[in-house]
Design a protein around this ligand. Structure first.
Ligand code: FAD
Length: 462
Protein backbone atom coordinates (compact mmCIF):
# COMPACT_ATOMS: atom_id res chain seq x y z
CA UNK A 1 0.00 0.00 0.00
CA UNK A 2 1.25 3.50 -0.80
CA UNK A 3 2.20 5.34 2.39
CA UNK A 4 0.98 8.71 1.18
CA UNK A 5 -1.37 9.89 -1.48
CA UNK A 6 0.81 12.81 -2.66
CA UNK A 7 4.36 12.95 -3.98
CA UNK A 8 7.02 12.18 -1.36
CA UNK A 9 8.23 15.80 -1.54
CA UNK A 10 5.22 16.65 0.65
CA UNK A 11 6.50 14.47 3.49
CA UNK A 12 10.09 15.50 4.13
CA UNK A 13 9.80 15.47 7.91
CA UNK A 14 13.48 16.27 8.38
CA UNK A 15 13.17 19.59 6.52
CA UNK A 16 11.31 22.67 7.74
CA UNK A 17 9.07 24.27 5.11
CA UNK A 18 10.78 27.36 3.67
CA UNK A 19 8.02 29.65 4.95
CA UNK A 20 7.87 33.20 6.22
CA UNK A 21 6.68 31.76 9.54
CA UNK A 22 9.78 29.57 9.91
CA UNK A 23 11.94 32.61 9.13
CA UNK A 24 10.25 34.67 11.86
CA UNK A 25 9.48 32.00 14.44
CA UNK A 26 11.08 33.78 17.38
CA UNK A 27 12.39 31.99 20.43
CA UNK A 28 9.43 29.89 21.57
CA UNK A 29 10.59 26.67 19.83
CA UNK A 30 10.23 24.02 22.53
CA UNK A 31 12.90 21.46 23.38
CA UNK A 32 11.51 18.17 22.10
CA UNK A 33 14.14 15.45 21.86
CA UNK A 34 13.48 12.42 19.67
CA UNK A 35 12.27 9.31 21.44
CA UNK A 36 15.46 7.37 22.19
CA UNK A 37 14.39 4.32 24.23
CA UNK A 38 11.49 2.01 25.05
CA UNK A 39 9.04 3.71 27.37
CA UNK A 40 5.45 3.71 28.60
CA UNK A 41 2.76 6.29 29.21
CA UNK A 42 -0.97 6.66 29.79
CA UNK A 43 -1.74 8.55 26.58
CA UNK A 44 0.35 8.78 23.42
CA UNK A 45 -0.62 11.56 21.04
CA UNK A 46 0.46 11.07 17.41
CA UNK A 47 0.97 14.46 15.72
CA UNK A 48 2.44 17.66 17.13
CA UNK A 49 0.13 20.29 15.61
CA UNK A 50 -2.79 22.21 17.12
CA UNK A 51 -4.96 19.09 17.59
CA UNK A 52 -2.30 16.99 19.29
CA UNK A 53 -0.83 19.76 21.42
CA UNK A 54 -4.20 21.09 22.50
CA UNK A 55 -5.20 17.54 23.48
CA UNK A 56 -1.92 17.13 25.41
CA UNK A 57 -2.23 20.54 27.07
CA UNK A 58 -5.80 19.97 28.23
CA UNK A 59 -5.14 16.37 29.31
CA UNK A 60 -2.21 17.44 31.46
CA UNK A 61 -3.94 20.54 32.79
CA UNK A 62 -7.21 18.85 33.71
CA UNK A 63 -6.25 15.29 34.61
CA UNK A 64 -3.33 13.53 36.15
CA UNK A 65 -2.28 11.53 33.09
CA UNK A 66 1.21 10.86 31.79
CA UNK A 67 1.08 12.17 28.20
CA UNK A 68 3.60 11.89 25.36
CA UNK A 69 3.42 13.59 21.98
CA UNK A 70 5.15 11.92 19.02
CA UNK A 71 5.77 14.20 16.05
CA UNK A 72 7.42 13.07 12.81
CA UNK A 73 8.98 16.47 12.05
CA UNK A 74 9.70 19.31 14.43
CA UNK A 75 6.86 20.64 16.58
CA UNK A 76 4.44 22.45 14.25
CA UNK A 77 6.04 20.92 11.13
CA UNK A 78 2.60 20.18 9.61
CA UNK A 79 -0.19 22.54 8.63
CA UNK A 80 -0.23 24.15 12.07
CA UNK A 81 3.13 25.78 11.46
CA UNK A 82 2.50 26.88 7.88
CA UNK A 83 -1.09 28.07 7.54
CA UNK A 84 -2.52 31.51 6.81
CA UNK A 85 -3.10 32.24 10.49
CA UNK A 86 -6.80 33.07 10.11
CA UNK A 87 -8.56 32.31 13.36
CA UNK A 88 -12.07 32.34 11.95
CA UNK A 89 -15.43 30.61 11.67
CA UNK A 90 -15.52 27.65 9.25
CA UNK A 91 -14.48 24.01 9.43
CA UNK A 92 -16.97 22.46 7.02
CA UNK A 93 -17.52 22.42 3.28
CA UNK A 94 -21.28 22.03 3.60
CA UNK A 95 -23.51 25.01 2.82
CA UNK A 96 -25.70 26.29 5.66
CA UNK A 97 -28.98 25.19 4.14
CA UNK A 98 -27.63 21.75 3.38
CA UNK A 99 -26.30 21.54 6.92
CA UNK A 100 -29.71 22.39 8.38
CA UNK A 101 -31.35 19.85 6.07
CA UNK A 102 -28.92 17.14 7.10
CA UNK A 103 -28.57 17.80 10.81
CA UNK A 104 -31.44 20.11 11.81
CA UNK A 105 -31.46 23.73 12.86
CA UNK A 106 -30.50 23.25 16.51
CA UNK A 107 -27.49 21.09 15.60
CA UNK A 108 -26.32 23.64 13.06
CA UNK A 109 -26.71 26.41 15.61
CA UNK A 110 -24.71 24.33 18.10
CA UNK A 111 -22.00 23.90 15.48
CA UNK A 112 -21.68 27.67 14.94
CA UNK A 113 -21.72 28.34 18.68
CA UNK A 114 -18.82 25.87 18.92
CA UNK A 115 -16.96 27.73 16.16
CA UNK A 116 -17.21 31.06 17.97
CA UNK A 117 -16.26 29.37 21.27
CA UNK A 118 -13.26 27.87 19.46
CA UNK A 119 -12.05 31.32 18.39
CA UNK A 120 -12.37 32.49 21.99
CA UNK A 121 -10.44 29.40 23.14
CA UNK A 122 -7.51 30.40 20.90
CA UNK A 123 -7.68 33.97 22.19
CA UNK A 124 -7.75 32.72 25.82
CA UNK A 125 -4.78 30.41 25.24
CA UNK A 126 -2.78 33.20 23.63
CA UNK A 127 -3.52 35.61 26.47
CA UNK A 128 -3.47 33.09 29.34
CA UNK A 129 -0.25 31.38 28.23
CA UNK A 130 1.39 34.63 27.10
CA UNK A 131 2.06 33.43 23.55
CA UNK A 132 3.54 36.12 21.31
CA UNK A 133 1.53 35.50 18.12
CA UNK A 134 1.48 39.00 16.53
CA UNK A 135 -2.32 38.95 16.76
CA UNK A 136 -4.00 41.29 14.24
CA UNK A 137 -7.50 42.41 13.27
CA UNK A 138 -10.89 41.70 14.81
CA UNK A 139 -12.95 40.52 11.82
CA UNK A 140 -12.84 38.63 8.54
CA UNK A 141 -13.50 40.37 5.25
CA UNK A 142 -15.24 38.32 2.53
CA UNK A 143 -15.17 40.20 -0.78
CA UNK A 144 -17.58 39.57 -3.62
CA UNK A 145 -15.88 39.11 -6.99
CA UNK A 146 -18.92 40.08 -9.09
CA UNK A 147 -22.18 42.00 -8.71
CA UNK A 148 -24.09 38.75 -8.73
CA UNK A 149 -21.66 37.42 -6.12
CA UNK A 150 -22.41 40.43 -3.91
CA UNK A 151 -26.14 39.71 -4.04
CA UNK A 152 -25.49 36.10 -2.96
CA UNK A 153 -23.05 37.20 -0.27
CA UNK A 154 -25.56 39.68 1.17
CA UNK A 155 -28.26 37.02 1.34
CA UNK A 156 -25.86 34.65 3.02
CA UNK A 157 -24.79 37.27 5.58
CA UNK A 158 -28.40 38.15 6.42
CA UNK A 159 -29.18 34.45 6.82
CA UNK A 160 -26.20 33.86 9.10
CA UNK A 161 -27.13 36.85 11.22
CA UNK A 162 -30.83 35.96 11.46
CA UNK A 163 -30.50 32.22 11.94
CA UNK A 164 -27.19 31.74 13.76
CA UNK A 165 -26.78 35.16 15.38
CA UNK A 166 -23.38 35.65 13.69
CA UNK A 167 -22.08 39.21 13.74
CA UNK A 168 -22.13 40.07 10.01
CA UNK A 169 -22.05 43.53 8.41
CA UNK A 170 -22.67 44.27 4.74
CA UNK A 171 -20.45 46.91 3.08
CA UNK A 172 -21.09 48.26 -0.42
CA UNK A 173 -18.38 48.47 -3.04
CA UNK A 174 -17.84 52.22 -2.51
CA UNK A 175 -17.91 51.99 1.29
CA UNK A 176 -15.47 49.13 1.12
CA UNK A 177 -13.12 51.10 -1.15
CA UNK A 178 -13.17 54.00 1.30
CA UNK A 179 -12.73 51.99 4.48
CA UNK A 180 -10.80 48.78 3.70
CA UNK A 181 -8.96 48.43 0.35
CA UNK A 182 -9.57 48.48 -3.35
CA UNK A 183 -9.22 45.94 -6.13
CA UNK A 184 -10.69 45.63 -9.61
CA UNK A 185 -12.19 42.36 -8.39
CA UNK A 186 -14.15 43.95 -5.55
CA UNK A 187 -17.92 44.36 -5.66
CA UNK A 188 -18.77 44.84 -2.01
CA UNK A 189 -18.08 42.72 1.03
CA UNK A 190 -19.29 41.22 4.25
CA UNK A 191 -17.44 41.71 7.51
CA UNK A 192 -17.72 38.86 10.00
CA UNK A 193 -16.73 38.97 13.67
CA UNK A 194 -15.00 37.47 15.55
CA UNK A 195 -11.88 36.65 13.53
CA UNK A 196 -8.26 37.60 13.95
CA UNK A 197 -4.93 36.81 12.34
CA UNK A 198 -1.96 35.19 14.09
CA UNK A 199 1.55 33.97 13.42
CA UNK A 200 0.56 30.30 13.22
CA UNK A 201 3.94 28.78 14.01
CA UNK A 202 4.42 30.96 17.08
CA UNK A 203 1.00 29.82 18.27
CA UNK A 204 1.77 26.12 17.88
CA UNK A 205 5.16 26.54 19.51
CA UNK A 206 3.61 28.49 22.40
CA UNK A 207 0.98 25.79 22.81
CA UNK A 208 3.76 23.18 22.91
CA UNK A 209 5.67 25.14 25.55
CA UNK A 210 2.47 25.49 27.61
CA UNK A 211 1.73 21.74 27.27
CA UNK A 212 5.27 20.97 28.47
CA UNK A 213 4.84 23.28 31.45
CA UNK A 214 1.68 21.34 32.35
CA UNK A 215 3.65 18.07 32.23
CA UNK A 216 3.40 16.71 28.66
CA UNK A 217 6.56 15.19 27.20
CA UNK A 218 7.17 16.00 23.55
CA UNK A 219 9.25 14.02 21.07
CA UNK A 220 10.11 15.63 17.73
CA UNK A 221 11.63 13.69 14.80
CA UNK A 222 9.75 10.65 16.11
CA UNK A 223 7.60 9.36 13.29
CA UNK A 224 5.41 6.43 14.30
CA UNK A 225 6.35 3.85 11.70
CA UNK A 226 4.44 0.94 13.19
CA UNK A 227 1.39 0.65 15.44
CA UNK A 228 0.41 -2.68 16.96
CA UNK A 229 -1.26 -4.00 20.10
CA UNK A 230 0.60 -5.75 22.90
CA UNK A 231 -2.18 -7.06 25.11
CA UNK A 232 -4.23 -4.09 26.29
CA UNK A 233 -1.46 -1.63 25.41
CA UNK A 234 -0.68 0.06 22.12
CA UNK A 235 2.86 -0.38 20.91
CA UNK A 236 4.01 2.61 18.86
CA UNK A 237 7.34 2.16 17.15
CA UNK A 238 9.60 4.99 16.02
CA UNK A 239 13.15 4.77 14.63
CA UNK A 240 14.67 5.59 18.03
CA UNK A 241 12.40 3.69 20.41
CA UNK A 242 8.92 2.53 21.33
CA UNK A 243 6.07 3.74 23.47
CA UNK A 244 3.62 1.40 25.17
CA UNK A 245 0.48 3.44 25.81
CA UNK A 246 -2.88 2.69 27.39
CA UNK A 247 -4.60 5.12 25.05
CA UNK A 248 -3.80 6.86 21.79
CA UNK A 249 -4.96 10.17 20.36
CA UNK A 250 -4.55 10.35 16.60
CA UNK A 251 -3.89 13.95 15.54
CA UNK A 252 -2.27 13.72 12.11
CA UNK A 253 -5.02 15.43 10.00
CA UNK A 254 -3.96 16.00 6.35
CA UNK A 255 -0.65 14.16 6.90
CA UNK A 256 -2.28 10.95 8.12
CA UNK A 257 -0.33 8.01 6.71
CA UNK A 258 -2.61 5.55 4.96
CA UNK A 259 -0.82 2.57 6.46
CA UNK A 260 -0.77 3.70 10.10
CA UNK A 261 -4.02 2.05 11.18
CA UNK A 262 -6.38 -0.09 9.14
CA UNK A 263 -9.38 2.01 10.24
CA UNK A 264 -7.87 5.17 8.74
CA UNK A 265 -7.51 3.96 5.19
CA UNK A 266 -9.43 6.14 2.72
CA UNK A 267 -11.18 8.20 5.42
CA UNK A 268 -9.71 11.58 4.59
CA UNK A 269 -8.92 13.65 1.53
CA UNK A 270 -5.80 15.78 1.97
CA UNK A 271 -5.81 18.88 -0.26
CA UNK A 272 -2.80 21.12 -0.94
CA UNK A 273 -3.05 24.81 -0.13
CA UNK A 274 -0.27 27.27 -1.07
CA UNK A 275 0.92 30.63 0.17
CA UNK A 276 3.22 33.35 -1.15
CA UNK A 277 4.51 36.36 0.78
CA UNK A 278 5.93 39.55 -0.73
CA UNK A 279 8.85 41.61 0.45
CA UNK A 280 7.93 44.36 2.95
CA UNK A 281 6.15 47.18 1.11
CA UNK A 282 6.55 50.90 1.74
CA UNK A 283 3.60 53.01 2.86
CA UNK A 284 3.26 54.40 -0.68
CA UNK A 285 3.21 50.92 -2.18
CA UNK A 286 0.58 49.77 0.30
CA UNK A 287 -1.50 52.85 -0.54
CA UNK A 288 -1.68 51.82 -4.22
CA UNK A 289 -4.63 49.66 -3.17
CA UNK A 290 -5.84 52.09 -0.48
CA UNK A 291 -5.06 49.34 2.04
CA UNK A 292 -6.33 50.35 5.48
CA UNK A 293 -7.13 47.11 7.30
CA UNK A 294 -5.34 44.39 9.21
CA UNK A 295 -8.36 42.09 8.91
CA UNK A 296 -7.77 38.71 7.28
CA UNK A 297 -9.62 38.65 3.94
CA UNK A 298 -10.98 36.10 1.49
CA UNK A 299 -12.62 36.14 -1.92
CA UNK A 300 -16.15 34.78 -1.65
CA UNK A 301 -15.90 32.16 -4.42
CA UNK A 302 -15.60 28.37 -4.33
CA UNK A 303 -11.86 28.24 -5.15
CA UNK A 304 -11.12 31.05 -2.79
CA UNK A 305 -8.03 33.11 -2.13
CA UNK A 306 -7.09 34.23 1.37
CA UNK A 307 -4.81 37.14 2.16
CA UNK A 308 -3.75 39.77 4.65
CA UNK A 309 -1.25 42.53 5.17
CA UNK A 310 1.26 41.34 7.76
CA UNK A 311 2.52 43.58 10.58
CA UNK A 312 5.84 44.23 8.78
CA UNK A 313 4.16 45.44 5.55
CA UNK A 314 4.48 42.17 3.64
CA UNK A 315 1.44 40.84 1.82
CA UNK A 316 0.47 37.21 2.32
CA UNK A 317 -1.62 35.58 -0.40
CA UNK A 318 -2.91 32.02 -0.41
CA UNK A 319 -4.99 29.71 -2.53
CA UNK A 320 -5.32 26.33 -4.15
CA UNK A 321 -2.16 24.25 -4.23
CA UNK A 322 -0.46 22.04 -6.78
CA UNK A 323 -1.94 18.84 -8.19
CA UNK A 324 0.48 16.25 -6.85
CA UNK A 325 2.83 18.00 -4.42
CA UNK A 326 6.08 17.39 -6.30
CA UNK A 327 8.51 20.32 -6.23
CA UNK A 328 8.17 20.74 -10.01
CA UNK A 329 4.42 20.79 -9.89
CA UNK A 330 4.46 23.20 -6.96
CA UNK A 331 6.68 25.67 -8.86
CA UNK A 332 4.10 25.92 -11.67
CA UNK A 333 1.35 26.35 -9.13
CA UNK A 334 3.13 29.26 -7.41
CA UNK A 335 3.30 30.98 -10.79
CA UNK A 336 -0.46 30.80 -11.20
CA UNK A 337 -1.02 31.84 -7.58
CA UNK A 338 1.14 34.93 -8.15
CA UNK A 339 -0.77 35.66 -11.39
CA UNK A 340 -3.99 35.59 -9.38
CA UNK A 341 -2.46 37.93 -6.77
CA UNK A 342 -1.64 40.36 -9.60
CA UNK A 343 -5.13 40.06 -11.05
CA UNK A 344 -6.66 41.05 -7.72
CA UNK A 345 -3.96 43.62 -6.88
CA UNK A 346 -2.40 44.86 -10.14
CA UNK A 347 -0.72 47.75 -8.30
CA UNK A 348 1.65 45.22 -6.73
CA UNK A 349 2.86 43.53 -9.92
CA UNK A 350 6.38 44.86 -9.36
CA UNK A 351 6.65 43.75 -5.73
CA UNK A 352 9.01 40.79 -5.31
CA UNK A 353 7.85 37.56 -3.76
CA UNK A 354 10.17 36.51 -0.91
CA UNK A 355 8.50 33.30 0.28
CA UNK A 356 6.42 30.48 -1.21
CA UNK A 357 5.34 27.28 0.49
CA UNK A 358 2.50 24.81 0.78
CA UNK A 359 0.90 22.20 3.03
CA UNK A 360 -2.05 19.88 3.43
CA UNK A 361 -5.52 20.65 4.65
CA UNK A 362 -7.93 17.79 5.21
CA UNK A 363 -11.47 17.04 4.03
CA UNK A 364 -13.82 14.21 4.93
CA UNK A 365 -16.43 12.49 2.81
CA UNK A 366 -19.30 14.00 4.80
CA UNK A 367 -17.54 17.39 4.63
CA UNK A 368 -17.61 18.07 8.36
CA UNK A 369 -14.81 17.57 10.90
CA UNK A 370 -14.48 14.24 12.66
CA UNK A 371 -14.05 13.78 16.41
CA UNK A 372 -14.46 10.33 17.91
CA UNK A 373 -13.11 7.07 19.20
CA UNK A 374 -12.81 3.82 17.29
CA UNK A 375 -15.89 1.58 17.55
CA UNK A 376 -13.80 -1.53 17.87
CA UNK A 377 -11.15 -0.03 20.17
CA UNK A 378 -12.39 2.61 22.64
CA UNK A 379 -8.81 3.33 23.70
CA UNK A 380 -8.16 5.18 20.41
CA UNK A 381 -9.45 8.74 19.95
CA UNK A 382 -9.15 10.87 16.84
CA UNK A 383 -9.85 14.38 15.52
CA UNK A 384 -9.31 15.54 11.93
CA UNK A 385 -10.94 17.02 8.83
CA UNK A 386 -11.17 20.76 9.46
CA UNK A 387 -11.58 21.77 5.80
CA UNK A 388 -8.81 24.37 5.87
CA UNK A 389 -10.04 25.97 9.09
CA UNK A 390 -8.01 24.41 11.85
CA UNK A 391 -6.54 27.31 13.84
CA UNK A 392 -9.68 27.42 15.94
CA UNK A 393 -11.30 24.07 15.00
CA UNK A 394 -8.25 21.85 15.58
CA UNK A 395 -7.39 23.61 18.86
CA UNK A 396 -10.97 23.20 20.04
CA UNK A 397 -11.21 19.60 18.80
CA UNK A 398 -8.03 18.66 20.69
CA UNK A 399 -9.62 20.06 23.82
CA UNK A 400 -12.84 18.08 23.25
CA UNK A 401 -10.89 14.85 22.75
CA UNK A 402 -9.00 15.50 26.00
CA UNK A 403 -12.23 16.12 27.88
CA UNK A 404 -13.85 12.99 26.45
CA UNK A 405 -10.84 10.79 27.13
CA UNK A 406 -10.37 12.08 30.67
CA UNK A 407 -14.05 11.57 31.51
CA UNK A 408 -14.33 8.03 30.17
CA UNK A 409 -10.86 6.46 30.10
CA UNK A 410 -10.67 3.30 28.02
CA UNK A 411 -14.23 2.30 28.85
CA UNK A 412 -16.73 2.29 26.05
CA UNK A 413 -19.35 4.96 26.73
CA UNK A 414 -21.86 6.93 24.77
CA UNK A 415 -20.40 9.92 22.95
CA UNK A 416 -20.62 13.07 25.05
CA UNK A 417 -23.70 15.23 24.65
CA UNK A 418 -21.73 18.44 24.34
CA UNK A 419 -20.24 17.56 20.93
CA UNK A 420 -22.16 18.70 17.84
CA UNK A 421 -23.50 15.52 16.21
CA UNK A 422 -22.30 16.60 12.79
CA UNK A 423 -18.68 16.28 13.96
CA UNK A 424 -19.13 12.98 15.66
CA UNK A 425 -17.60 9.65 14.67
CA UNK A 426 -15.48 8.24 11.88
CA UNK A 427 -16.52 9.60 8.48
CA UNK A 428 -17.29 7.20 5.63
CA UNK A 429 -14.53 5.86 3.40
CA UNK A 430 -14.11 7.70 0.09
CA UNK A 431 -15.40 5.46 -2.68
CA UNK A 432 -12.57 4.06 -4.82
CA UNK A 433 -10.22 5.65 -2.30
CA UNK A 434 -6.98 4.96 -4.24
CA UNK A 435 -8.44 7.23 -6.96
CA UNK A 436 -9.19 10.12 -4.57
CA UNK A 437 -6.52 12.35 -6.00
CA UNK A 438 -7.77 11.87 -9.55
CA UNK A 439 -11.33 12.79 -8.77
CA UNK A 440 -10.28 15.71 -6.58
CA UNK A 441 -8.32 17.08 -9.54
CA UNK A 442 -11.31 16.56 -11.84
CA UNK A 443 -13.59 18.46 -9.44
CA UNK A 444 -11.08 21.32 -9.12
CA UNK A 445 -10.72 21.39 -12.93
CA UNK A 446 -14.47 21.82 -13.35
CA UNK A 447 -14.59 24.61 -10.75
CA UNK A 448 -11.67 26.42 -12.42
CA UNK A 449 -13.30 26.20 -15.83
CA UNK A 450 -16.52 27.58 -14.39
CA UNK A 451 -14.64 30.43 -12.71
CA UNK A 452 -12.78 31.26 -15.98
CA UNK A 453 -16.03 31.15 -17.92
CA UNK A 454 -17.68 33.60 -15.50
CA UNK A 455 -14.65 35.91 -15.62
CA UNK A 456 -14.63 35.89 -19.44
CA UNK A 457 -18.37 36.60 -19.45
CA UNK A 458 -17.85 39.52 -17.06
CA UNK A 459 -15.18 41.00 -19.33
CA UNK A 460 -17.58 40.72 -22.26
CA UNK A 461 -15.46 38.09 -24.07
CA UNK A 462 -18.41 35.70 -24.25
C1 FAD B 1 -1.26 26.51 3.38
C2 FAD B 1 -2.31 26.35 4.45
C3 FAD B 1 -3.06 27.43 4.85
C4 FAD B 1 -4.03 27.29 5.84
N1 FAD B 1 -4.65 28.41 6.32
C5 FAD B 1 -5.46 28.31 7.40
C6 FAD B 1 -5.97 29.47 8.01
O1 FAD B 1 -5.65 30.60 7.63
N2 FAD B 1 -6.80 29.31 9.06
C7 FAD B 1 -7.14 28.08 9.55
O2 FAD B 1 -7.92 28.00 10.51
N3 FAD B 1 -6.61 26.96 9.02
C8 FAD B 1 -5.78 27.04 7.97
N4 FAD B 1 -5.21 25.92 7.45
C9 FAD B 1 -5.56 24.61 8.04
C10 FAD B 1 -4.88 24.37 9.38
O3 FAD B 1 -3.52 24.68 9.27
C11 FAD B 1 -5.07 22.91 9.79
O4 FAD B 1 -6.44 22.58 9.78
C12 FAD B 1 -4.52 22.64 11.18
O5 FAD B 1 -3.22 23.10 11.30
C13 FAD B 1 -4.61 21.17 11.50
O6 FAD B 1 -3.92 20.93 12.70
P1 FAD B 1 -3.54 19.46 13.11
O7 FAD B 1 -2.78 19.53 14.37
O8 FAD B 1 -4.77 18.61 13.13
O9 FAD B 1 -2.67 18.91 11.90
P2 FAD B 1 -1.17 19.29 11.47
O10 FAD B 1 -0.75 20.61 11.99
O11 FAD B 1 -1.05 19.05 10.02
O12 FAD B 1 -0.31 18.27 12.28
C14 FAD B 1 -0.29 16.89 11.99
C15 FAD B 1 1.08 16.41 12.36
O13 FAD B 1 1.09 14.98 12.34
C16 FAD B 1 2.43 14.60 12.07
N5 FAD B 1 2.46 13.18 11.66
C17 FAD B 1 1.93 12.61 10.55
N6 FAD B 1 2.19 11.29 10.55
C18 FAD B 1 2.87 11.02 11.69
C19 FAD B 1 3.41 9.83 12.24
N7 FAD B 1 3.29 8.65 11.64
N8 FAD B 1 4.07 9.92 13.42
C20 FAD B 1 4.20 11.10 14.06
N9 FAD B 1 3.72 12.26 13.56
C21 FAD B 1 3.05 12.23 12.40
C22 FAD B 1 2.85 15.55 10.96
O14 FAD B 1 4.24 15.65 10.89
C23 FAD B 1 2.17 16.84 11.37
O15 FAD B 1 3.04 17.75 11.99
C24 FAD B 1 -4.27 26.01 6.42
C25 FAD B 1 -3.51 24.92 6.03
C26 FAD B 1 -2.54 25.08 5.05
C27 FAD B 1 -1.73 23.89 4.63
Amino acid sequence: MARWIYHEDMYRFDQPERSYWEATAGTEAPQATPLGSNEQCDVAVIGGGYTGLSAAYHLCRDSNLDVRVLEAGHIGWGASGRNGGFCSVGGTAVGDEQMIKRYGLEETRAYYRGQVEAIELVRDLIVGEKIDTHRQGDSEVAIACSERGFEDLKEHAKFQFRVFGLDTKIVTREEFRQQYFDSPVQHGAVILKPTFGIHPLRFVQGLARAAQEKGARLHAQSEVIDWSKDGERHLLTTKGGTIRAKQVVLATNGFTPEHLHRRLKGRSMPVISSIVVTRPMTGDEIARHRWQTDAPSITAVKLLNYYRLLPDGRFMFGGRGSANGSERNAAANYTSLIARLHELFPGWRDIDIDYRWHGLVCMTRRMTPAIGRLDDDPSVFFAFGYHGNGVNTATWSGKQVAKWLASSGSKEQKAPEWLPRMMLGMPGRFPLSPLRLAYLQAAIGVLRLRQRFLQAKKRGHL
